[in-house]
Design a protein around this ligand. Structure first.
Ligand code: 13P
Length: 271
């Protein structure tokens, strides 16, 4: 089943897939263990920085090998690319899906770039996600608001032919200072206007009832990154501070477990 088919099935069933970012073998293992234990399908995501860190071929090969090893149904997705060339390289490397994020460019430019990536991805039979509106990224102004406008989103989807759209409805990447409050009324309006799978970015730290509410109103993919990194690094720091053990093969397993626990807690929100 392609990711496009899976996400349209999710939309019909008012369910969603979690998309977890991974950074190394250990974080990948953590999320796969949680998914395998629950027999749940997931999306594995890589950003440009993670690809630069791991290498494109090693990262995608590792993800494929471990999906098979853990018998998890999963799709490999490029998260937040602002480059058509990177989308192309990832499609060549066998990604199932790419996100072209030109959301900070002017509307017409966002349409133009997204349309180019949609055409390119068609030749690979791959899935494309784009973004419209302002979802703050790490280091950016989380107070600034730029919620997705349903009418503009309709034009954007018609002009680009994109498969899924990341929407700005009150979430932000990274840690929230206060409790986030998603605009579920706006989300429902966007869903009714577009009729395609919608994506929630900034999934870390959003309370479970709001995630469920968003999934009932059209969100079919929920992205989680910060809490994965945080769980891993906090446990590594704890272990390193506790003793002088330099055997990383015993230092890392508790950190893998911490990632597994976080991924499991997310999957269980939509059990
Ligand atoms: P968080 O880092 O806030 O979980 O957001 C993840 C995300 O949206 C990746 O695209």
């Amino acid at each position: 089943m392609t990711l496009k088919e899976k996400l349209s099935e999710a939309r019909q069933q008012k369910s969603a897939l979690f998309a977890f970012n991974f950074y190394n073998l250990e974080t990948l293992k953590g999320v796969l263990r949680a998914a395998a234990e629950r027999e749940r399908a997931i999306i594995l995501q890589l950003t440009q920085s993670s690809i630069d860190y791991m290498g494109l071929t090693p990262a995608v090969s590792l993800a494929r090998a471990l999906l098979s090893e853990y018998r998890v149904r999963g799709w490999i997705h490029l998260d937040h690319s602002n480059s058509i060339d990177l989308c192309h390289a990832c499609l060549d490397a066998g990604f199932d899906s790419v996100m072209i994020d030109a959301s900070e460019r002017p509307f017409a430019k966002n349409i133009k770039i997204t349309r180019q990536v949609v055409r390119l991805a068609e030749t690979f039979g791959a899935h494309v996600e784009a973004e419209l509106g302002y979802v703050a990224k790490l280091g950016q102004d989380t107070e600034r608001q730029g919620f997705t406008d349903p009418a503009r989103a309709r034009i954007f989807v018609d002009e680009t032919g994109v498969d899924a759209l990341a929407v700005a409805i009150g979430s932000a990447h990274g840690f929230y200072r206060g409790e986030p409050k998603l605009d579920l009324t706006l989300l429902q309006k966007i869903d009714e206007t577009l009729g395609i799978p919608l994506v929630l970015h900034g999934g870390s730290g959003i309370p479970a009832p709001q995630i469920r509410g968003a999934v009932e109103r059209g969100i079919c993919k929920v992205n989680v990154a910060t809490e994965i990194k945080n769980a891993f690094m906090k446990q590594v720091k704890r272990s390193v501070n506790e003793n002088d053990n330099i055997d990383l093969r015993t230092v890392f397993p508790p950190a893998i477990k911490a990632v597994e626990a976080i991924a499991a807690s997310k999957l269980d929100i939509l059990a």
